[in-house]
Design a protein around this ligand. Sequence first.
Ligand SMILES: CC(C)(COP(=O)(O)OP(=O)(O)OC[C@H]1O[C@@H](n2cnc3c(N)ncnc32)[C@H](O)[C@@H]1OP(=O)(O)O)[C@@H](O)C(=O)NCCC(=O)NCCS
Length: 359
Amino acid sequence: MHRSKIAGIGMYVPKNVVTNYDLLKYMDTSDEWIQERTGVKERRYADRTGETTTTMGVEAAKVAIERAGITLQDIDFIIFATICPDYYFPGCGVLLQRAMKMKEIGALDVRNQCSGFLYALSVGDQFIKTGMYKNILVVGSEKHSFGLDFSTRGRNISVIFGDGAGAVVLQPTDPSTSLPAGQAAPDQGILSTHLHSDGVSAEILAMYNPGTHANHWKEEKLADFDEAEIGEMFMSHAMIDKAQLFPNMDGPAVFKKAVEKFPEVIIEALNANGLKTSDIKLLIPHQANLRIAQFVQHKLKLRDDQVYNNIQKFGNTTAASIPIALCEAWELGKIKEGDLICLAAFGSGFTWASALLRW
Ligand SMILES: CC(C)(COP(=O)(O)OP(=O)(O)OC[C@H]1O[C@@H](n2cnc3c(N)ncnc32)[C@H](O)[C@@H]1OP(=O)(O)O)[C@@H](O)C(=O)NCCC(=O)NCCS
């Protein structure tokens, strides 16, 4: 069995910086409230036209592929994680394959929200381990700004999220190209991944509509289509009038579960590899909320230099947040060959996951 490693990493964020003060134009909020509760100072929003979840993914992918020292034609599988797809279907994977003029390779779309990148990484890791593929492109990208409720009604959600993309190229490890002789890191690459879900709270952080749920899952009505004719039920006028086409979140409930599951899945990864929190060089938590990351750091007794956060600049970019933070940390020289890196995520579903890797 081969082990997989991140051979190249890239990120892309749109040029348009939106500060907390900019949001005052649309809703009743304040810079103080947003920073105190979430840590976010600013985020990026993609251009209204010409910039999509896929095109941002393409930009990040170009950098990752170049840094991996390969060409587009070497990529033999695409895994694309997003909750903001360009189309309801088909997914962004094929749009990226088309935009990058890749071969007729497989393209898989992953819909696991904030854990999307780690689920995608785990799938890619399994394909490399079995020897099926040699160069897998894993992308996380989100254009949240298109679908948020920017009125005061949606302020608990809209202030948190931002747009951006990150990508990695996964390749089998080659021990001969690891550290110089005598310093080889035999355990280089992804050591393990750990995936979990609990759908009991699926509606706590969710965008119900448009969908086919037919008000089946909850007693309360999640969509108004009683008056709709056949053919109007997917997206009725009443849904638009009643603002039912936006994401919903019970923030305190998400917070409570996140601070329980983040540490749990990190410890699970460490235990699976016989390692301790003190062995972690850098923890990159999904950038859900700075307060959640700080809570996790405190609970695991990690030093400030062991945790990397950049939600302050980019907001929560869901499936893109881990590859963006990992890329930025690497570009800043915070990650060196042989370092133990822990990635962890929690989000809508609920789903949560971790990955432990030796860079
Ligand atoms: C969303 C979150 C920041 C809200 O913070 P909170 O302290 O729990 O706040 P609440 O939702 O209880 O709301 C407190 C008050 O702030 C108000 N409020 C909500 N959003 C606001 C905003 N952007 N600006 C100003 N006030 C706001 C609420 O309306 C409420 O007012 P009220 O007391 O008059 O009813 C917090 O719950 C959180 O971070 N949860 C986790 C969310 C998360 O990480 N999501 C991503 C998961 S991947």
